[in-house]
Design a protein. Structure first.
Length: 289
């Protein structure tokens, strides 16, 4: 990692001040530092700064080169789950791979064309019993969504063509796991009011509890773990909330019949959630008398 310009300069000036020839030429006794003997505007200080800046620039270039080499090595590693994720995201719907290769010819395509063709925006890979499972999703209105049947068929054909020989790959393309959340909120009546529809609103008309809950769920990384404690902390951080309690959180896969109660945490089968129902019981907070 590149040193700062000041660190490089200090190292050079420290050695400079130890030289007997320097002490003799400048009449120094060796008890003072470079900064004590030379102002920042002196030719000596400027000279060391310029040289230090040059060394810093070189070290930064070395850092960039090392990072680029590491990134290229990672991309070239076959047989890793990261490789399968990157390849899934590199799929371009409606385009044909270069013959006997695992990449596309994008000559003549604009950046917008390439971005539009890459329909897989979210992917995560896991392995179990020699089978690589890849959860995938596209982006719709800023949120994950299942690929269309045509997109999924194209992706499956593409993965079959580029995967390593002998490796079994299964794609998981599912609608969002549904979620039902029930909250109990003790609120500060001086900040929050309850409207005729039972919603808790601020003076500007916003609903902080619902908006915060939605933001916590939507901001989860793809295939990220939902933790009830994270939701509780976000709600409790609201100025209008005195006490927050999560009465229940239930989830299920889209076509499942039974809802599961979340105890502590949960990871979505599809890789992401959608809030099917959110009920909030608002109660004014009264400090104990």
């Amino acid at each position: 990692m590149a040193r700062t310009i000041e660190e490089i300069k200090n190292g050079m000036t420290a050695d400079f001040m130890k030289m007997e020839a320097v002490k003799t030429a400048y009449g120094l006794d060796g008890s003072k530092s470079f900064a004590d003997c030379f102002s920042r505007a002196s030719l000596e200080s400027i000279f060391f700064y310029v040289f230090a800046a040059s060394v810093w620039a070189l070290e930064k270039l070395f850092d960039l080169h090392r990072a680029d080499v590491d990134a290229r090595i990672e991309q070239l590693e076959p047989h890793t789950l990261r490789w399968y994720v990157n390849k899934a995201k590199a799929y371009m719907h409606g385009r044909k791979l270069v013959t006997d290769c695992d990449y596309y010819d994008t000559a003549g395509m604009t950046e917008a064309d390439v971005a539009a063709a890459k329909v897989v925006k979210y992917a995560v890979a896991t392995e179990s019993n020699t089978v690589v499972y890849i959860k995938v999703a596209r982006e719709q209105d800023g949120n994950p969504a299942a690929l269309t049947p045509a997109q999924l068929a194209g992706l499956a054909s593409y993965m079959e063509e580029i995967k390593d020989a002998g490796v079994s790959v299964e794609l998981r393309n599912e609608p969002a796991d549904e979620m039902r959340i029930s909250l109990l909120i003790y609120y500060d009546p001086t900040l929050l009011s309850i409207d005729v529809n039972g919603a808790g609103v601020l003076a500007d008309g916003t609903e902080p509890v619902r908006e915060t809950t939605k933001r916590v769920i939507e901001n989860l990384p793809f295939n990220g773990t939902f933790r009830k404690s994270d939701l509780m902390a976000a709600l409790q951080a609201l100025a209008c909330v005195e006490v927050a309690d999560i009465k229940s959180v239930k989830v299920k896969q889209k076509d499942a019949q039974q809802w599961r109660t979340v105890e502590g945490f949960d990871r979505p089968y599809s890789g992401y959630y959608s809030i099917e129902a959110l009920t909030v019981d608002y109660q004014p907070y009264k400090a104990a008398e």
